[in-house]
Design a protein around this ligand. Structure first.
Ligand SMILES: [Zn+2]
Length: 226
């Protein structure tokens, strides 16, 4: 196998389970490729259930993913897009120095999700690639331009989501058939059995090692393209 640079991936969500719903299978693909994954949750989600239980569920999901977890306690449903949130995310960006950031889309009815999107665009301005995932509350204006083949990791995504038992009991959007049907739907744009969609708002590298997927080391591919 060709050499592949280990990349640092940072996934930022407003609440527990946001990142796993939007990009869980893609993050598993990153781990399988040897990338380091860090998950940031800005609010423990106290309005959607017991904060302690949700924190424990988030840690269980991060452990299953093999990711580092930063869990903060910004006020649920009142996260601002301003200085406090930006500085919090900047501190993580400084610590992790990510090559790629995943976060919420601007096209979302949930005010916390929109605020996190805006704050991330500022705080991660030095990061090469920023890609936005789909949430249960994204609107019809969510317009993905990148589709990641997650066929090998869709079952693993269901296992990640099963960590959020307190939410699975009350949230229809965590139903297995809906998760599978959503990834099947987006596969029509990917040509693979299952896909996760992303709006890439800035890109200086490719999302999941396309040079390696094609069996060509990146430098060799660059020479070939030159
Ligand atoms: Zn959320």
């Amino acid at each position: 196998m060709p050499e592949r640079t280990r990349r640092r991936i940072l996934a930022i969500g407003a609440h527990p389970d946001d990142v796993e719903i939007g990009a869980g299978a893609t993050l598993l693909a990153h781990r399988a490729a040897g990338d380091e994954v860090t998950v940031v949750i800005l609010s423990s989600g106290a309005r959607g259930g017991c904060a302690q239980i949700r924190a424990a569920e988030a840690q269980a999901a991060a452990d299953r993913l093999g990711a580092r977890l930063f869990l903060y306690d910004l006020p649920d449903t009142e996260i601002s897009a301003g200085k406090a949130t930006i500085e919090l995310i900047e501190s993580v960006v400084h610590a992790v120095r990510p090559d790629l950031v995943y976060t919420h889309s601007a096209q979302d009815t949930h005010q916390d999700h929109r605020a996190v999107h805006q704050a991330v665009l500022v705080a991660a301005r030095s990061v090469a690639t920023v890609a936005c995932f789909q949430s249960p509350s994204t609107t019809m204006d969510f317009r993905p331009n990148r589709f990641v083949d997650v066929s090998a990791h869709i079952r693993g995504k269901l296992e990640l989501l099963a960590c959020f038992a307190s939410q699975q009991a009350i949230r229809d959007y965590l139903a297995e058939d809906l998760v599978l049907a959503t990834a099947r739907y987006w596969s029509r744009h990917a040509g693979t059995p299952y896909a996760e969609p992303f709006e890439v708002v800035r890109e200086r590298v490719d999302l999941v090692a396309p040079a390696q997927l094609h069996g060509i080391p990146r430098q060799q591919a660059m020479r070939a393209a030159a």
